[in-house]
Design a protein around this ligand. Structure first.
Ligand code: ADP
Ligand code: MG
Length: 284
């Protein structure tokens, strides 16, 4: 998630999911954005199947609504109607539980569920946060891009630690740097700030106390921008492109983290957060 648009959420969702599936981890993509870009990018005809809009209203047989895109890669389509959900569910008492009920039906069937969130912190995104174990934040390493991240982290913390907490197990996994230009000094400074911010939270009660800036960053690669127009992931469209290498390596870093030993072995670093102002003063 990231409430900013155009940061690489959809590109990361579909290509990380494809990389996970290819590495032998059955993965489900849920397109939770009414713009339906992940649906398009995966080459699914959203009109031909029950969409996430239908399932949010009636979760019966969610598994039957998932399309098998390629071996081990499943997807639930979005639809423009999804935009109406925010008002349709506004007064429903279980409005934050709807997506969780859909996902529960995939237990034992897939290993990962990746949810492509809309660019807002509205009810759809809150449904994703209520259902998720971890939050991945795609973003660019630019000073202004940091501005919204504080608000985003506060929202995650509210769901994880509010009274009562809506999702006490929710953690921030970290930041995925998208459209990355490692050559610029500004970029390096922003990445160093992010690293220091997360290091400064180690051992705290914040939902991002174990978060990292994932390596490698995803380099800018035009093949990643072209592939959705063919309804293909980077692995089908341009398997030798840098975008394919980067998402394959990201999937490895992502799964290695889940296989890693307990975090208690990580030294606790308590420092003053140097990036506090640029992250909007989010509590750590
Ligand atoms: P979001 O879902 O956050 O709105 P997208 O994933 O749709 O962002 O990315 C925004 C635009 O940037 C899209 O046109 C996408 O194809 C392009 N894009 C994303 N990542 C890269 C990249 N690493 N290199 C080049 N273009 C990219
Ligand atoms: Mg998107």
């Amino acid at each position: 998630m990231n409430q900013k648009g155009g940061v690489g959420k959809t590109t990361t969702t579909i290509n990380l999911a494809a990389a996970l599936a290819r590495a032998g981890h059955p993965t489900l993509v849920i397109d939770l954005d009414p713009q339906a870009h992940a649906t398009l990018g995966l080459g699914i005809d959203g009109k031909a199947t029950r969409s996430i809009y239908d399932l949010i209203h009636d979760p019966a047989d969610a598994f039957g609504a998932a399309c098998e895109v390629s071996a081990g890669l499943w997807a639930i389509a979005s639809h423009t109607d999804l935009a109406a959900t925010e008002t349709e569910l506004a007064s429903a008492v279980d409005r934050l539980e709807r997506l969780k009920r859909v996902i529960a039906q995939f237990a034992g069937k897939v290993e990962y569920v990746l949810i492509d969130c809309p660019p807002s912190l509205g009810l759809l995104t809150l449904n994703a946060l209520a259902a998720a174990d971890e939050v991945l934040i795609p973003m660019q390493a630019h000073f202004l891009a940091l501005q919204g991240v504080g608000k985003l982290l506060e929202t995650v913390n509210l769901l994880a630690t509010g009274s009562p907490p809506i999702n006490p197990k929710l953690r921030v996994a970290g930041v995925v740097l998208c459209m990355h230009d490692a050559g610029s000094t500004h970029t390096r400074e922003v990445v160093a700030d992010l690293d220091a911010f997360f290091e400064g939270a180690r051992g705290s009660t914040a939902a991002w106390s174990e978060a990292v800036v994932f390596r490698p960053a995803i380099r800018r690669n035009i093949k990643l921008a072209e592939s959705p127009s063919f309804g293909k992931t980077i692995f089908e469209y341009a398997p030798t492109a840098s975008g394919a290498d980067d998402y394959r390596a990201l999937a490895e870093a992502f799964t290695a983290r889940h296989a890693a030993p307990a975090r208690a072995e990580v030294p606790v670093v308590v420092t003053r957060m140097p990036v506090e102002p640029s992250l909007g003063g989010a509590p750590a």
